[in-house]
Design a protein around this ligand. Structure first.
Ligand code: AMP
Ligand code: MG
Length: 403
């Protein structure tokens, strides 16, 4: 059986190999947050565009800055305005953060390091040439590539693109993810379920996960545990860029997803992974499209989406797959696990005195949506170490968007 890292690697390699050229669109930058650049962003001019003061203080000649020296202040410059004169020997100009350093000056002394008496400015320490100045073009040169194609636009990238004049950007179109649940017992979330029915929580959770990951989802509703109708729904889902099915992949008599996928000619890449929850997860390629069969228990569906579907959507989005954001946190309690699988336990991470601490939550297994909704992370327990003491550093996988 594959480890989750191996299964993830196979997903990434498979989706990369089948991905064709991606469609692009031009979008207002203000609508582009989280999207992937199809064209690079370049600097429209030098940055900074002028020698910029990074302090409130006095622009002067560094040679004049002898401790105890007194200079004559000949004017002031605020951010956005220029200065016509030239700073000569024995002179200085009051300057604000973000303003252009005037001709003649080659250093800025912080206002905290002088004393002022009318137009007399007394220096308390020496200055070096270039002090408190960022020279024109030091951050970037005009024409320089600042963000490569394939970059995800986070807040800093958005700010940079806006700063350099890319108010419209060329982006890859979002991949379309078809979401199909299965099971005779599953009814719509707006329905009043019969005593033995369950509402379709998975489709709404998968829809939310797809949106968080950057896909546009198409909710196909629910297919019954009946081959003909299931096949019809799967074929419809294959019109999207990726098909995500929940339920129907276990060993039960009515778990028909793998059988129907097989009949449709799916090349199965894996049909089980050494994880709990989520062991019967299926991944394959059907008619050139990646297809995921995620186990139907809600926590299994969510864990397997985060581990396997996220990197597939990343690749289909035109980005590099994001690394799994696993980190270490101090376990607040002892822990004993038995099986030879890697466990993903619903857990809470809190920062205590600057250090992350993690506690597994009580839960009733992979159907327990109440427990998972209390969590902000999964505690990972691998078969190499099943017994843990309080205080040991354990691996944690955040739930997307919560940590
Ligand atoms: P399955 O993987 O089809 O064997 O389903 C496993 C468990 O998950 C069963 O208890 C199902 O009732 C439940 N389940 C399956 N699909 C959904 C769904 N769409 N929403 C909520 N629970 C589901
Ligand atoms: Mg089922």
């Amino acid at each position: 059986m594959l480890s989750f890292e191996e299964a993830r690697g196979k997903v990434i390699a498979t989706v990369r190999a089948l991905r064709g050229p991606l469609a692009t669109e031009t979008v207002e930058l203000s609508r582009a947050s989280g999207r992937i650049l199809a064209q690079p962003v370049t600097a429209d001019r030098d940055y900074p565009p002028f020698d910029r003061s990074i302090r409130d203080g006095f622009a002067l000649r560094a040679d004049d800055a002898v401790p105890g020296a007194t200079l004559r202040c000949i004017g002031e410059i605020k951010a956005g305005s220029g200065f016509d004169g030239v700073v000569g020997p024995g002179e200085c100009v009051q300057i604000m953060t973000g303003a252009a350093v005037p001709a003649g000056a080659d250093a800025v002394v912080m206002i905290e390091h002088v004393s002022i008496d009318g137009d007399r400015v007394m220096l308390s320490r020496a200055a070096t040439p270039g002090q408190s100045i960022v020279a024109r073009g030091k951050e970037a040169r005009a024409g320089q590539q600042l963000l490569a194609a394939g970059t995800r636009l986070g807040y800093a990238e958005m700010g940079l693109a806006g700063q350099v004049g890319s108010h419209r950007v060329s982006l890859f179109k979002r991949p379309r993810a078809a979401i199909l649940s299965t099971g005779d017992e599953v009814v719509d979330i707006s329905a009043a379920p019969g005593p033995l029915q369950v509402r379709n929580g998975n489709s709404i959770a998968l829809d939310a996960l797809a949106a968080l990951t950057g896909a546009e989802s198409e909710l196909l509703g629910n297919a019954p545990d009946e081959k003909k109708e299931l096949r019809r729904c799967i074929e419809r889902g294959l019109e999207a860029n990726v098909l995500i099915i929940s339920g129907g992949v276990s060993m039960g008599k009515y778990d028909l997803v793998e059988m129907v996928l097989g009949e449709l000619g799916t090349q199965v890449v894996y049909d089980s992974v050494a994880i709990r929850p989520g062991r019967p997860a299926v991944f394959g390629v059907c008619r050139g499209k990646p297809v995921f069969g995620l186990p139907g228990n809600p926590v299994s569906t969510m864990v397997t989406f985060e581990l396997f579907v996220v990197p597939a959507i990343d690749v289909l989005s035109g980005a590099e797959p994001r690394p799994l954001p696993i980190f270490r946190a101090r376990l607040t309690h002892a822990l004993r696990e038995k099986s030879e699988l890697t466990h993903f336990l619903p857990a809470r991470v809190e920062t205590v005195k600057g250090e992350p601490e993690v506690s597994a939550l009580p839960w009733q297994g992979s159907g327990d949506v109440v427990a998972i909704a209390q969590s902000n992370a999964f505690l990972i327990v691998s078969p190499e170490k099943l017994n843990w003491n309080a205080g040991e550093m354990a691996l944690v996988l955040p739930r997307p968007g919560l940590l």
